[in-house]
Design a protein around this ligand. Structure first.
Ligand code: PMV
Length: 389
């Protein structure tokens, strides 16, 4: 039977967590651990998730993407969704964004995409889909992605193997993450999991790195805007990331509020946030120079500031201390208070053993894994209305 499989990486934050909430740049890197989504027509006439009936309310990311990408109203059949992966959930490693972007990619590949070829010329453009490059669609507020051109005289074709667009997957994943989190989600996870490599997010367009696109989201009458940039790290260098999980669950929202309260009480401590921003910019330059000794040094400086603003924890400190002798740089990654730390090292096995001996669970990854991949797809889409073909 025909099926489509797409996968996407998890992420960890190398520089700038917490300060990014106040407009400073943050640097996230895609890791080798992935989530894979397989779609095939359901044999039971209902949507299935890992063999059970899909509960749309309990899976808001998946149901949001089905609404935006799978035209049920036009008769598209229910699918069976199989999810596999090795990104630990709820640990700040982007498991929900990886699931969302991989699901978006698989649904789009299963659907194909209508394009317009105006007057038989070479010029083609999309007839449906969401992208920051297509101004008339609003993935955040609209559920309608199935628009067609008014002018049916144009030739309209269905494309399949080039139908998946990283930008569309990232924007849709961001929109469903925001919807599932009361409108609060930065596009850091969705962009990193979609594009892979190293992604920089900032309130300003950063000089010296490749700018890819901007994202806007209205959160409680406040229009937030982020600019997303990309670096492909030099993969020939023999450096690895070892991520150590404390196993302590610390919700991101609580950690972000803790910093907000500190700043409210002592506004002068905004200097510490600004210092993290400066450190992140130095880290970006070190990554661009492939100077990993400097990347590591900068991570250590970032950790000192994160401890100072009160977001490290005794459990994180134990793992960081254990990893330090064999690493180039070590810090917490994500919101802190628990969750994970990350070490940059040329001895991943030694560093991993040291973290495990200190009580952490570890993952090893090269720096900047590949973004979305379509791992299997048949020649034709799984379903299409074939209205115009
Ligand atoms: O817990 P994570 O990996 O999703 O990271 C949170 C990063 C913060 O800067 C603390 C919050 C945010 O929204 O950027």
């Amino acid at each position: 039977m025909d099926f489509v499989t797409a996968s996407a990486p998890g992420k960890c934050i190398l520089f700038g967590e917490h300060a990014v909430v106040y407009g400073c740049p943050a640097v996230a890197v895609a890791i080798e651990q992935r989530i894979s989504v397989k779609l095939q027509p359901s044999q039971t006439n209902t949507w299935l998730l890992n063999g059970n009936i899909l509960n749309l309310e309990k899976n808001p990311h998946i149901s949001g993407l089905i609404e935006k990408l799978w035209p049920v109203k036009e008769g598209a059949p229910p699918l069976s969704i199989q999810i596999e992966g090795n990104i630990p959930p709820a640990s700040g490693l982007g498991s929900s964004a990886a699931l969302s972007v991989a699901t978006a990619a698989a649904l789009r590949r299963a659907r194909g995409r209508w394009i317009i070829q105006a007057n038989n010329t070479e010029h083609t453009s999309w007839a449906e889909g969401f992208s920051s490059k297509i101004s008339q669609t609003d993935a955040y507020s609209s559920e309608d992605g199935f628009f067609f051109t008014e002018n049916h005289d144009n030739l309209i074709h269905l494309i399949d193997n080039t139908a998946v667009d990283l930008d569309e997957c990232a924007i849709l994943a961001h929109s469903v993450e925001a919807a599932a989190q009361n409108g609060r989600a930065s596009p850091m996870d969705s962009s990193t999991c979609a594009h892979g490599g190293v992604v920089i997010i900032s309130d300003v367009i950063e000089e010296s790195v490749d700018y890819i696109y901007s994202r806007e989201l209205k959160v409680n009458d406040d229009n937030r805007q982020w600019h997303i940039h990309h670096i492909n790290p030099n993969s020939t260098d023999d450096v690895y990331l070892v991520i150590g999980n404390t196993g302590v669950h610390a919700p991101t929202g609580k950690q972000v509020s803790k910093v907000a309260m500190m700043l409210e009480k002592e506004p002068s401590r905004m200097k510490e946030i600004e210092a993290i921003g400066k450190i992140a910019r130095r880290g970006i330059q070190a990554l661009l120079d492939s100077d990993y000794e400097m990347v590591g040094k900068t991570m250590i400086e970032n950790q000192i500031m994160l401890t100072q603003i009160g977001v490290s924890s005794p459990e994180l400190d134990v793992l960081i201390k254990a990893a330090t002798p064999t690493s180039i740089g070590v810090k917490l990654t994500g919101a802190g208070g628990g969750g994970c730390m990350v070490a940059l090292t040329r001895n991943p096995k030694l560093t991993s053993e040291a973290i495990e001996l200190a009580g952490g669970r570890t993952l090893i990854s090269k720096l900047g894994a590949q973004g979305i991949t379509i791992d299997y797809a048949p020649k034709n889409p799984l379903w299409s209305s074939h209205k115009f073909s």
